[in-house]
Design a protein around this ligand. Structure first.
Ligand code: ATP
Ligand code: MG
Length: 568
């Protein structure tokens, strides 16, 4: 496993890592650590999965262990190779490696079938013909014990015969199921003779039409873990009640390897949803432009938005691993990407909503190449030349004809600094005769302030970014806001349907932005900081040599620091 360079110098510690450290100390499993990440290929990975990936691959790496990738593909119909490929590419993008240990639960179908036969032979499983409705009624409730199915006492021979006929396709879908024979009065409903196999004539993306019976998650998961020699089977809290079944099956089947299931709280992130079912809905109903829409909390969406793998791994490390569900603030994720990009993203100048500025006393057809710093955080990143000429663009919002209090940027008669260039003073405002809107400004510059320093110690209160009109390149820029207006869109108290909280202004597309010429031909996925505007990433789908498209990854405002300060 490659060593991952992390900006978090301290390795995380949590209750799972503590359990594993104890196990190693006690020489349990010969002190080996084997984990797995078991996605179901029925959607793209989201940031919640990233937490599980960082945990499973991270713990393996920290303990000289290994982590398998296993596709839990027991639900054909909803699953697809497209998802398999995207999941593999997302995990690789994080920098994790399963080496040659790529597994599919479907590869174990024959062994799983044999395990079921073994269970029947032990008198611990039976074929049940109750309808789903009847099964529900027989199950009982939390306060009432369940009732035994009338099929519960079928002989081993009859069960073996029926189960084989289930496999060979003699029965209709839903005609019967294989159930474990455990305890219909268990306080844990999951232990009331759970279903292990059902008949479903659905084409499987790997096994085709070979099988018409498919194992349930509870049956296949523990056995797949065991066959792979997993030592610690880390999963999310909703499986806590399934743990007794996990253990019961492995005990009854007397397997050599009995992994320990450990549950942790899933990640919930504010202003978004982390459930594949809901994300599928957003994609299928066209509320977003696909799984990799930069507003999506999917790994592919975050990547297209400009997030770095390191920033997500750091985020996963700093949120910790707990046993109780909680909501993590989106601002913390944004803080992590800012921290990372601040160090590595080169600074450039771009104007999102251009306002023309003519420097009246600057010679026509004259161009100066001015020196600009690529990253004040890292002098090693060097400098570049930025062309300055008589006609420039500045940001519309950097000028006010009637500046309110505390507006220190450009206004009639006022002097400001143009970054890396000169001090300029606004001398005239030209307006559209019909609309009255400002269409261009006339300024004068002070040649003695070249580089942005005044020789006489004269102070200005604002420094503006700018581009040279003739040299700048047109670009499209996409600005994003939260996908939802509610902090917890999944909460029924917020809205009946989570989609009622969709933010209608989550995407703003600006088509006539101007960027400095150094960005010509910028490669897809390359990242930079537009000075004063945020971190941006060249879109990996729509940007090309002839048309630059940028996504804003995050603004420069550190809302996380603000939240922390307010809490103190
Ligand atoms: P969803 O509820 O979004 O459909 P899932 O649990 O069905 O997710 P799987 O493909 O089965 O998705 O998940 C693979 C692994 O990722 C599982 O071990 C699961 O527990 C873990 N996982 C899924 N969602 C989260 C989350 N929000 N936080 C942490 N781990 C998660
Ligand atoms: Mg699942």
């Amino acid at each position: 496993m490659p060593k991952l360079n992390s900006t978090n110098s301290k390795l995380p510690s949590d209750f799972i890592r503590n359990i594993i450290a104890e196990d190693i100390k006690a020489n349990k499993n010969d002190s080996k650590v084997v984990t797995r990440f078991p996605p179901e290929p029925n959607g793209y990975l989201h940031i919640g999965h990233a937490k599980s990936i960082c945990l499973n691959f991270g713990i393996a790496a920290e303990n000289n262990g290994i982590c398998n990738l296993r596709f839990d593909d027991t639900n054909p119909g909803k699953e697809d190779v497209e998802y398999v490929e995207s999941i593999k590419s997302d995990i690789k993008w994080f920098g994790f490696d399963w080496c040659d240990r790529l597994y599919y639960t479907s590869d174990y179908f024959e062994q799983l079938y044999q395990f079921a036969v073994k269970l029947i032979k032990k008198g611990k499983a039976y074929v049940c013909n109750l309808s789903p409705e009847e099964t529900r009624k027989y199950r009982g409730t939390l306060t009432e014990p369940g009732r035994k199915s009338p099929y519960r006492n079928r002989s081993v021979e009859e069960n073996l015969d029926l189960f084989e006929r289930m496999r060979t396709g003699e029965f209709e879908d839903g005609f019967c199921v294989l159930r474990a024979k455990i305890d219909m009065s268990s306080p844990n409903l999951i232990m009331r003779d759970p279903t292990l196999y059902r008949i479903r004539r659905v084409y499987h993306h790997r096994t085709g039409d070979k099988w018409c019976i498919y194992p349930m998650y509870d049956f296949s998961h523990c056995l797949s873990d065991s066959m792979e020699g997993i030592t610690h089977s880390i999963c999310t809290l909703e499986f806590e009640n399934n743990r007794p079944l996990y253990d019961w099956l492995l005990d009854e089947l007397e397997v050599k390897c009995h992994p320990q299931q450990i549950e942790f709280a899933r990640l919930n992130l504010s202003y978004t949803v982390l459930s594949k079912r809901k994300l599928v809905e957003l994609v299928d109903e066209g509320h977003v432009n696909g799984w990799d829409d930069p507003r999506m909390p999917t790994v592919s969406g975050l990547r297209r938005r400009g997030y770095t793998p390191l920033s997500i791994r750091n985020f996963c490390n700093c949120i910790g691993v707990a046993k109780r569900d909680s909501m993590v603030d989106m601002a913390l994720l944004e803080y992590n990407v800012r921290e990372d990009l601040n160090k590595r993203a080169p600074r450039v100048m771009a104007v999102l909503r251009p306002l023309k500025v003519i420097i009246d006393n600057y010679p026509e057809d004259f161009v100066e190449e001015l020196d600009a710093l690529n990253n004040p955080e890292d002098p090693g990143m060097g400098t570049r030349k930025v062309p300055f000429s008589r006609v420039l663009f500045i940001e519309q919002e950097d000028f006010r004809e009637d500046p309110p209090n505390k507006f220190y940027r450009l206004a009639p008669g006022r002097e400001v600094r143009l970054r890396y260039a000169y001090f300029v003073t606004c001398v005239e405002v030209v307006k559209d005769k019909k609309t009255g809107g400002v269409i261009e400004l006339h300024c004068t510059y002070d040649p003695k302030t070249k580089g942005g320093d005044s020789p006489d110690g004269r102070k200005v209160k604002a420094t503006l970014h700018w581009v040279s009109a003739a040299h700048s390149i047109e670009a499209e820029v996409r600005l994003y806001d939260h996908l939802f207006t509610a902090a917890n869109p999944g909460d029924k108290k917020e809205a009946e349907d989570f989609k009622d909280c969709l933010n209608p202004n989550s995407l703003e597309t600006l088509t006539s932005c101007r960027v400095e010429p150094s960005l010509a031909g910028a490669a897809q996925e390359s990242r930079c900081q537009f000075e004063r505007l945020g971190y941006f990433c060249v879109d990996s789908v729509d940007s090309s040599e002839s048309k630059l498209v940028f996504n804003r990854t995050v603004t420069l405002r550190d809302t996380w620091a603000k939240i922390q300060k307010a809490r103190k």
